[in-house]
Design a protein around this ligand. Structure first.
Ligand code: GL4
Length: 829
């Protein structure tokens, strides 16, 4: 009975009325449909937020269509897939980006217009998805966009934290952290997959069984938690391909803890079960220190266990032998945070798939790829062995076995150099025994990638020196990049239109090297005029935002000088502040005739401090104290303003970056692994004032030092300078501004004392004193260039023109070819 399968599918497709239509009228109908039936408001009366929700659902429908087609196509072709494992993704807003990538922005704008709404206003209703800390997390988001756009068969995996990165609230100039319960208003961009769920085990014991005459280990867990999938479609630009970002949420397990229910304490048993959800509840708001916290380790294992079960299930769907696993699967570890995936794959292959150690190791040693994002060896994760033994007893055994084999192998090559052996060992001996996660990763990964050329140098000569000498070919670099779709097309539409006009094509949105074509117009007066106009409108928009956020009125005629990023001593917001104090001091002491020559400046600083990072919090307070003084000094007027932009995040960045003239990237050389915001500013035609650090070094090569303001010690000079510095006297002007802070010129002298001590009594580790004079020179050069607007505009155009190399499209194509070995798999239209 019934229809033959083919005709059944045909009939169903017929019932569906084909694919969704994208003309403005159909979109209007769709939006109204969602107002009425999804948001459950009346279609005759709904506000901007409800319009956003309805719009989002209508976009989501279109995403789902493409997502299905893409996944089915991948399934049919079964290519080698890349799995991108990251504990952090800073996606920001989704609406604008999606309709841009789907190529239906104009249609939606028109549809909304007809309904009496404005797309820009409606899009502002969306909150940020802030499931990450800073550069590392935003990089993951940019890379997902590129993987989709380049048609790579890739999957992203992450955690669905209930609380994203804290919201920064400033009270009296002090940072307060408020929870970001971002799911409160629903999240139309995710698809809950209740049927995609896996049990994750913790604690318990390892037992032995005999299987076909061989000993086999079984892990008997003490606790189980369910991992449930939430899928977030990621559309490519100018392609039907829409890939998946799968985020895991922890839920209580049905199999867990039946015992306690039988004891009669029903209410407490329910409450206990509910604790399972805490595992994926909250993002750790610090990306640089590791504290061996049990919950963090639980998060990490919860994450990798769910991923590996999902990946192996998908592999087994279409393959029946692990012989081809390495031809089908590549696993990218975004820093060492997901490194437990390594012993987890070993465990599954050996204990559950009964592959035998050597065969399993043969697979594991070929499928993992590590990207390191840090330069500080002390930033490396360590797991106390005690903790590991109780939480993941079987994994500890596996790590010991991997280490034993590695040590035996190593001894054959380097003999009994015990110092070196102990440095390279995965297990750190000492009063507290630790697992060194970085060593585990380097030993087991097929390649280890730095995020800029200088970063690789530092990995080779400092962080992983011993390993590099042993395995030179393992170490590579792929300079970071950012997506021009988000950072030009979505966040700076007028610049986008201008670029396309002058290049005569919008093909650069996919093929970003074409931006170079702007070089030939860099001296064109007409382009200059249009360029300045676009930049000015963006500055006005930013000025309005600043006034709304801080009450400070700023003039768009002034140079907007911006430093926005996480607050960290090595990023040297303090150097910026001392420079501003110096500028203020100079203006105060100037003759009236000289004042007229001063280039008016609006200094803008923004960024969050990790909640436990005292020095960073003091820097935020200092910024406010200095701003208070300057902004209220009638003697200064518009010549100088200092504003702090609170709660810096992706959507704020989209507003700030296009409105900036000068952008500062002034880390002590050798401390910024790459930096990625420099690339975003560059794309938007901002001129960089920077040290030769991280990826800036490559930016200098690309656009020329003459088009930037470069200052400060170079990477190779820093170690010697640190030694010498103790005996050197800081320049007078530096001593003077530090004194002003110390003496309470801005109030709160006791509170700021440790900041001053660090730079003038305790060795000035980040070399603020050393770099101060050259910093001021670079600032003076920037003033001079700004007066000559023709010169400045030329520099600005050349910045955008030279930004093509810093697209994540290039980074992803590089990884695909040189590391993962995956090829595009383009879903037909
Ligand atoms: C970081 C680096 O500090 C930063 O330089 C780099 O650009 C980014 C992406 O590779 O990764 N590492 C950590 S930890 N947080 C970062 O932002």
């Amino acid at each position: 009975a019934g229809l033959a399968p083919d005709s059944k599918a045909e009939r169903m497709f017929g019932l569906m009325d084909g694919f969704l239509r994208n003309d403005p009228l159909s979109l209007q109908k769709d939006i109204l449909y969602h107002v009425e039936y999804t948001v459950a408001r009346s279609r005759f009366s709904f506000d901007d937020f409800e319009a956003y929700q309805a719009l989002a659902h209508s976009v989501r429908d279109r995403l789902i269509e493409r997502w299905h087609d893409t996944q089915q196509y991948f399934k049919r072709k079964d290519p080698k897939r890349l799995y991108f494992l990251s504990l952090e993704f800073l996606m920001g807003r989704t609406l604008s980006n999606s309709i841009t990538n789907l190529g239906i922005r104009n249609q939606y704008a028109e549809a909304l217009n007809q309904l009496g709404f404005e797309l820009e206003v409606v899009a502002e209703q969306e909150g940020d998805a802030a499931l990450g800390n800073g550069g590392l997390a935003r990089l993951s988001a940019c890379q997902m966009d590129s993987l989709a756009t380049l048609d790579f068969p890739a999957w992203g995996y992450g955690l669905r934290y209930q609380y994203g990165l804290f919201r920064q609230v400033i009270l009296d100039g002090f940072q307060h952290e408020h929870p970001d319960y971002w799911l409160n208003f629903g999240n139309p961009w995710e698809i809950e997959r209740i049927h995609v769920s896996y049990s994750v085990k913790f604690y318990g014991t390892v037992e032995e069984e005999v299987l076909n005459g061989e000993k086999n280990k079984i892990w008997v867990p003490g606790e189980m938690v369910e991992a449930v999938a939430y899928d977030n479609p990621i559309p490519g630009y100018g392609t039907r391909n829409t890939i998946n970002l799968r985020l895991w949420a922890a839920k209580p397990s049905d199999q867990d803890d039946v015992e306690s229910f039988n004891t009669g304490d029903y209410i407490n048993s329910v409450i206990n079960r509910q604790r399972a959800e805490t595992i994926s509840n909250v993002l750790y708001p610090d990306d640089r220190s590791y504290q061996g916290k049990e919950l963090r380790l639980k998060q990490q294992y919860f994450f990798v266990s769910a991923c590996i079960q999902d990946i192996i299930r998908r592999f087994k769907d279409t393959n029946n032998s692990f012989d081809v696993f390495t031809d089908k699967v590549a696993l990218q570890l975004n820093d060492t945070h997901p490194a437990l995936a390594i012993p987890e794959v070993m465990r599954v292959l050996v204990d559950e798939e009964h592959l035998g150690w050597n065969q399993a190791w043969g697979i594991v040693s070929k499928i993992f790829f590590l990207t390191s994002h840090t330069v500080q060896p002390e930033g490396s994760e360590k797991i106390p062995v005690d903790l590991m033994e109780s939480l993941l007893p079987r994994h500890l055994e596996i790590i010991y076995d991997i280490n034993f084999n590695f040590m035996e192998e190593l001894k054959k090559h380097i003999g009994s150099d015990y110092d070196r052996l102990s440095r390279m060992s995965i297990v750190e001996e000492g009063p507290v025994k630790n697992i060194r996660v970085a060593n585990l990763s380097v030993v087991c990964c097929y390649s280890v990638n730095g995020v800029s050329r200088i970063h690789l140098e530092l990995l080779k000569t400092r962080v992983f020196k011993d390993f590099f000498e042993y395995w030179p070919e393992k170490f590579q670099f792929k300079t970071n990049g950012v997506t021009q779709r988000r950072w030009i097309v979505v966040s700076n539409p007028s610049l986008c239109a201008l670029i396309s006009k002058w290049l005569g094509t919008d093909a650069w949105i996919r093929d970003v090297d074409l931006l170079m074509g702007l070089r030939e117009h860099a001296g064109n007066a007409d382009l200059h005029q249009e360029w300045q106009m676009v930049r000015r409108v963006n500055k006005i928009r930013l000025a309005e935002y600043i006034e709304a956020m801080s009450g400070v009125k700023v003039s768009p005629d002034a140079m907007f000088d911006v430093q926005v990023k996480r607050i960290h001593e090595y990023k040297r917001q303090l150097l910026n502040l001392l420079g501003i104090i110096h500028r203020y001091d100079c203006i105060k002491n100037m003759k009236e005739s000289d004042r007229r020559k001063v280039v008016p400046r609006v200094c803008i600083i923004g960024g969050k401090a990790a909640p436990g990072y005292e020095a960073a919090k003091k820097i935020i307070k200092l910024c406010h104290a200095v701003g208070e003084k300057i902004n209220n000094d009638p003697d200064i007027g518009d010549l100088l303003k200092l504003v702090f932009i609170p709660d810096y995040n992706v959507s704020v960045a989209e507003l700030v970056i296009p409105g900036s003239d000068l952008s500062q990237h002034i880390s002590t050389a050798g401390h910024e692994a790459s930096g990625t915001s420099n690339m975003k500013f560059l794309m938007n035609g901002c001129v960089l004032l920077a040290t030769s650090d991280g990826s800036t070094i490559e930016i200098i090569e690309e656009i020329g030092e003459e088009n930037m303001f470069i200052f400060g010690a170079k990477v190779h000079e820093v170690p010697a300078l640190r030694k010498k510095h103790a005996e050197m006297k800081a320049p007078l002007q530096f001593a003077r501004v530090v004194r002003m802070v110390r003496d309470g010129y801005f109030g709160f002298e006791d509170y700021f004392k440790p900041l001053c001590d660090a730079i003038d009594k305790q060795g000035d580790f980040y070399l603020l004193g050393h770099d101060f004079a050259s910093y001021l020179e670079a600032q003076a050069a920037a003033d001079k260039a700004y007066v000559d607007q023709e010169k400045w505009t030329r520099m600005s155009i050349l910045s955008t023109a030279g930004s093509g190399r810093f697209s994540s499209d290039r980074t992803m194509a590089d990884y695909a070819e040189k590391a993962w070995g995956i090829k595009p798999c383009k879903c037909p239209l």
